[in-house]
Design a protein around this ligand. Structure first.
Ligand code: SF4
Length: 330
């Protein structure tokens, strides 16, 4: 095992990744690779918890998410990149953990309650949906991860994992570390319409968007809602275009736009054109890598196979230890 602290995180393959996914998680993962022993997995079984009625596009989504990751800078030389369902031990540990997890721990999970309200168009009154934090605990503890990079809203999931680890260790013997949530800073960018960026709202800029598509989308972005005409002074502090400028435009230009917007000497159309150009330039290396991986599907397959085999070895060792501790190693 590496001397570096081990961390694990995953994403559900439910469609192409957008800038919100990138800035909210993936960009941090890329930066963490030098510092941690990273395990990143495509959570295809988790995708089934909400999309169980239509698993058809999953194979394509799995491939697309891998291409998104690799284009953004995840490297198989630095990280173990794998597919959850290629390591069947996850289901075995999930089953064992489900035996010891009290149902009220799952029912009080705030994300569970939120999602039931938000995803009214789906029937989520399933055992799998209620139990997904148990599967997450199996994902994390299988690799004895010490840290899990998450946003604030996911801290309760890590807490359930810690509780399950504690309960297992108490009942049977010490096997699992209690992982800590590693809180990551994320910029507050919104979708084109100022709602949360989400593929279900149709307001997202995707990592796979071409420069033309990026430009068109940026030109549609809602800016400071109080600024109706160019002659009205604007407020960059409430403008989503400005949030992107802060990330992708050079500092001197950002300062100038800040002043000119407040004095009404720059219009939103001009401001958006500058932002679109900065964003397109920043995304160019990702587009180049995407083109490479799209034209070399065999390399993506190899990364997926080798990463999953490496993860599988760790899982076999953990399950041997679990079965020995349970005295079920017959
Ligand atoms: S000028 Fe730029 S920062 Fe100001 S409101 Fe328009 S788009 Fe936003």
């Amino acid at each position: 095992m590496s001397d570096k602290k081990r961390i694990l995180s995953g994403m559900r393959p439910t469609g192409p990744l957008h800038m919100g996914n990138y800035l909210g998680a993936l960009a941090n993962w890329v930066n963490m690779q030098a510092q941690y022993d990273c395990y990143f997995f495509v959570a295809d079984w988790h995708a089934l918890t909400s999309d169980y009625e239509n698993p058809g596009p999953m194979a394509e989504y799995v491939r697309q998410i891998l291409i998104d990751w690799l284009s953004a800078g995840l490297s198989p030389d630095q990280s173990t990149i794998f597919i959850q369902s290629k390591v069947p031990e996850h289901t075995e540990l999930y089953l064992i953990f489900s035996m010891i997890t009290p149902v009220p721990w799952l029912e009080r999970n705030p994300t569970y309650k939120d999602q039931i309200v938000q995803l009214q168009n789906k029937d989520l009154s399933t055992f799998g949906f209620l139990g997904y934090p148990v599967l997450q605990a199996a994902d994390i503890l299988m690799y004895k991860a010490q840290g899990v990079p998450v946003g604030v809203d996911q801290v309760p999931h890590v807490e359930i994992t810690r509780e399950i680890a504690r309960r297992f260790n108490y009942l049977y013997g010490p096997v699992f570390p209690e992982p800590e949530a590693i809180l990551t800073e994320t910029p507050k960018i919104l979708g084109l319409d100022r709602r949360k960026m989400s593929k279900s709202y149709g307001n997202a800029i995707y990592l796979a968007d071409t420069p033309d598509e990026i430009e068109k989308k940026v030109m549609q972005m809602v800016t400071d809602p109080q600024r109706a005409r160019k002659s009205d002074p604007g407020n960059p502090d409430v403008c989503n275009v400005f949030e992107f400028h802060k990330l992708y435009t050079d500092k001197a230009t950002v300062e100038q736009i800040d002043k000119e917007c407040r004095r009404a000497t720059i219009g939103c159309v001009e401001c958006k054109k500058i932002m679109a150009a900065s964003l397109i330039e920043a995304m160019a290396p990702l587009h180049e890598k995407r083109h490479y991986y799209e034209s070399h599907p065999e390399i993506v397959d190899q990364i997926m196979t080798e990463g999953s085999a490496k993860a599988h070895q760790v899982a076999i060792e953990t399950m041997a230890q679990v079965k020995e501790t349970l005295k079920m190693n017959y």
